[in-house]
Design a protein around this ligand. Structure first.
Ligand SMILES: N[C@@H](CCC(=O)N[C@@H](CS)C(=O)NCC(=O)O)C(=O)O
Length: 203
């Protein structure tokens, strides 16, 4: 049975679609927009939170996008997953760091610059959120001084998980010039064919 991803590319499901492309999986996207998530019975039957994304992988149901990505990478192994316990620890570390230290600020900036209708946007809130990202961005920039990728000497699911969030900040107008290592890394990640394919599904 094909992996079913519930969500749309213009939602957090993007990160699950990107990973499925990286892994060369056969998958089907069940289009559910975030605005319809709470009333979609198919989704509610899988995810008690009624949020996208969720997956049904031949009867294995998982929600929370990071859990989905760690599950898929672990199941299918290969270059994107950990080779040993140390890499696994670093993959968890960076994946959780992205969602706990960066995601809410990146989303707040995106809402006030792009996602919400003009009348709901407050520019000061966008600026405040982007300022809050300066510290984690500086940390990431300095971590990437001596290496090309976050958790290993190659692109892993950790890079995918973090790059997707930082992509939101970039789209919201975050100036990346003070962070040259981060900027180069983000471009390495998002120029991958699988990332481009997933991005093309947003249109
Ligand atoms: N912590 C969840 C958050 C999921 C989430 O907030 N999804 C949004 C779309 S990206 C959603 O479904 N919003 C609709 C709603 O909350 O009603 C995850 O990372 O998967």
């Amino acid at each position: 049975m094909t992996l079913k991803i519930f969500g749309i590319a213009r939602s957090r499901a993007f990160r699950n679609i990107w990973l499925s492309e990286e892994l060369g999986l056969a998958y089907e996207v069940i289009d559910i927009a975030p605005s319809d998530a709470h009333k979609d019975e198919r989704l509610r039957a899988l995810n008690p939170n009624a949020r996208v994304p969720a997956i049904d992988d031949d009867g294995v149901v998982i929600w929370e996008l990071i859990a989905i990505n760690l599950y898929l990478a672990g199941k299918h192994r290969g270059e994107l997953s950990a080779d040993d316990a140390a890499e696994y620890g670093r993959i968890l570390q960076w994946s959780f760091w992205g969602v706990t230290e960066c995601e809410s600020f990146a989303l707040e900036a995106l809402r006030h610059r792009m996602l919400w209708p003009e009348e709901r946007r407050v520019e000061a809130k966008a600026i405040e959120a982007l300022v809050a990202l300066e510290r984690p961005f500086a940390i990431l920039n300095s971590e990437l001084e001596a290496r090309e990728y976050l958790a290993a000497d190659r692109f892993t699911v950790a890079d995918l998980n973090v790059a997707s969030i930082l992509g939101w900040a970039k789209a919201a107008g975050m100036d990346l010039e003070p962070y040259p290592n981060l900027k180069a890394w983000l471009s390495r990640c998002t120029s991958r064919p699988a990332a481009r394919k997933a991005a093309s599904m947003m249109r």
